[in-house]
Write a protein that binds this ligand. Structure first.
Ligand code: 28G
Length: 655
């Protein structure tokens, strides 16, 4: 072993540090794609936020420049520049070039592996083609430049500084980020907005060279403003969010709650400014306190009678928008990407703080309290009615040997993998589809009129709707609850559920491999399509996740060309075709599917050889759901804004 090179302890640290980051970037920042690129910026901004949290910085300016260059400036104390006695180099150099150096939350106990917040700015440095830091301290501007993580200048003094602060400018290394080095604007905007809610004293700006514009994120209202923002397109049950902030055993807890008239719930939680998407102990402490406080208030005020069962979590969370933010010393995250808080002490503390804070609020605001309780009681009644209805549907299926709906024209093939089901808007198009289909593998279920809006109606009403019942029976899977939960105990992680399942979704019983929505290419058609997608999204989400749901694309135009008809999906294609054949043809615009004869429908839309289908992804549905709730929801302002903003895009709207 004589030839083996000898490393000093320092060499090993250096090697393990920057080289390891460049060899396995994904380990530190998640991936080398859109997310990873965003995480670089997030890491730098989070360092500035730490100075905000410490009470020294108030302004953070993010500037996006050409070729993916990002600069971040804060007005904190400025990274220390003094020479460290053991390393012999300036502190800022150590922070920029050594892994973990300068970590503020918990040092060695900090999990690093998957690369969200806290990996250290040296990781950004290692993954940048170049990075320049400017530190404003002691009246001077200190400057150092690095390339691929290595200093290429000493720490220099370059002029005079007025205040204090830090500026970091970096260019992501294009040999690491193979796809693009341009940061995803939406991810960044969302994070900066989120940070402004979580840090009410901060003023954050984003300047983008592409637009030349500067956007300012400032939310003095904190997480109360966040829940108002989340409710911006909703009618709320009470005007001002319920808000309290308390501290116990060195854990600071902040909670904001505002109910809306809707049926869904949104709870966002944070631990030390990190968004815990999967919740965790703080969130379950909040939920169990919410349930118990509302139950005791309802009992105490005789809104729930002695014989009435307790409200369960789902009941008290209907229409809830809440934000829970805690700050604690050494948070423990269960998943490596910090999506779930595991610290046990947080659960009890949040629970007791919410119990106190919320009870006080309800006592002091009886009008709001009564409205909240009334809504929860209505939710409970609907839940009980829906359970009976679902049980009835199920028993009927069992007894009557799952009689398929009368309107369904089923296919003869029995292997679901080879079968597809067309859900067709309207009886007349349904008729054409029945005639135009391949009877062996294609089934058709015509849907009459409007589908019930599952966003506005509770499950008991939804199950009373004939079209919905026909779909459920035809598909064969049953339904999950509106949260997509499917276990026997319902959705309650706090054990409040009564233990019996109302309904079960079983994808293995799916009778068709593809569900194809076939709606008119007009406003009504897209409305119906959205209603259907929303139903699948809420009650059969795994169908979408597993890629079973498709949208058929019937053509908009037919162009007679001799004996032949050419079809076009949009105006552009129509004009292109017209140019090709010399503009002499007279054009048909298909107002609805019903205008196509069975042969045409088969040729253009149903025949697997010729048609084009769009597979529906969860993102599509979420976007459709958003636009839909703007257009169909209660709040008037967002609708006006949307229509004004998009008025120009709509050329041939067929109303
Ligand atoms: C502009 C882009 C990113 C930063 C500071 C300020 C200090 C600092 C940063 O100290 C070592 C860790 C915490 C004490 C702290 C300055 C105390 C006194 C700082 C940033 C030792 C790092 N004076 N501002 N780091 N600290 N901004 N913005 O990176 O315990 S990083």
């Amino acid at each position: 072993m004589a030839d083996e090179p000898t490393y000093t302890a320092d060499d090993i640290t250096v090697l393990e540090g920057l080289e390891a980051v460049r060899v396995r970037p994904g380990m530190y920042i998640g991936d080398t794609n859109v997310r990873g690129l965003f995480n670089l910026c997030r890491e730098v901004v989070d360092n500035s936020i730490d100075e905000v949290l410490a009470g020294y910085a108030t302004h953070i300016d993010v500037v996006l420049q050409e070729e993916g260059v990002v600069s971040v400036t804060d007005d904190g104390r400025g990274i220390p520049v003094d020479i460290h006695p053991t390393t012999g180099e300036p502190a800022v150099t150590t922070i920029m070039t050594k892994l973990h150096a300068g970590g503020k939350f918990g040092g060695s106990g900090y999990k690093v592996a998957s690369g969200l917040h806290g990996v250290g700015v040296s990781v950004v440095n290692a993954l940048s083609e170049w990075l320049e830091v400017e530190v404003y301290r002691d009246g001077k501007v200190h400057f150092q430049r690095y390339e691929k993580g290595k200093p290429v200048t000493p720490l220099l003094v370059r002029g005079k500084a007025k205040g204090t602060g830090t500026k970091v400018t970096y260019k992501p290394d294009p040999t690491i980020f193979t796809h693009s080095v341009e940061i995803d604007r939406e991810l960044l905007t969302t994070r900066l907005r989120e940070l402004s809610f979580l840090n009410p004293t901060a003023v954050i700006t984003l300047t983008d060279y592409k637009t030349g514009k500067t956007e300012t994120f400032q939310n003095k209202g904190g997480i109360a403003a966040l829940v108002q923002y989340l409710n911006r397109q909703k009618e709320t049950l009470h005007r001002h969010p319920i808000y309290f902030r308390r501290e116990r055993n060195d854990i600071e807890v902040e909670v904001a709650i505002q109910y809306n008239e809707g049926l869904n719930d949104t709870i966002v939680s944070f631990a030390n400014n990190i968004c815990t998407v999967l919740g965790g102990t703080h969130e379950s402490g909040f939920k169990s306190a919410l349930t118990s406080v509302i139950n005791s208030y309802a009992r105490k005020n005789n809104l729930l009678k002695e014989k009435d069962p307790n409200l369960i979590g789902d009941d008290v969370r209907e229409g809830l928008v809440a934000a829970v933010s805690i700050k604690m010393q050494n948070p423990i995250f269960e998943s490596q990407d910090k999506k779930r808080l595991g610290s046990l002490e947080a659960e009890g503390i949040v629970r007791s703080i919410v119990q106190e804070g919320l009870s006080e609020f309800l006592e002091e605001n009886p009008q709001v309290a009564r409205r909240i309780v009334a809504k929860a009681i209505a939710a409970a009644q609907a839940r009980i009615a829906a359970k009976k209805a679902a049980e009835l549907v199920r028993r009927k299926n069992a007894l009557e040997d799952s009689t398929l709906p009368g309107k369904l024209a089923d296919c003869s093939e029995k292997d679901p993998k080879l079968c597809e089901l067309f859900l067709v808007e309207g009886d007349s198009a349904g008729g054409s589809a029945k005639q135009g289909r391949d009877r062996r593998t294609q089934a058709v279920l015509p849907l009459r009129g409007k589908i019930i809006n599952v966003e506005k109606n509770r499950l008991d009403k939804i199950l009373a709707n004939e079209e919905i019942r026909a779909m459920i029976t035809a598909l064969g899977t049953g339904i999950a609850d509106r949260h997509g939960n499917n276990d026997e105990n319902g959705s309650d992680e706090n054990g409040e559920s009564d233990g019996k399942s109302e309904s079960k979704f079983d994808i293995s019983r799916l009778r068709y491999d593809r569900l194809i929505l076939l709606c008119d290419a007009d406003v009504d058609g897209s409305h119906i399509r959205t209603l259907l997608l929303t139903f699948f999204f809420r009650y059969m989400r795994p169908l979408i996740e597993a890629g079973h749901v498709y949208i058929a694309k019937p053509p908009l135009f037919g162009i007679q060309h001799g004996k032949q008809i050419l079809y076009a999906d949009d105006e552009q294609e129509r004009d292109r075709l017209l140019k090709e054949i010399g503009r002499r043809a007279h054009v048909t615009r298909f107002k609805g599917l019903g205008e196509m004869n069975p042969e045409q429908l088969r040729e253009t839309t149903m025949d697997p050889e010729k048609r084009s289908l769009m597979k529906v992804s969860l993102d599509d549905v979420i976007e459709a759901d958003r636009i839909f709730s703007i257009l169909m929801g209660d709040a008037v302002e967002p609708r006006k804004d949307f229509i004004t903003a998009h008025a120009k895009e709509v050329t041939e709207l067929d109303i």
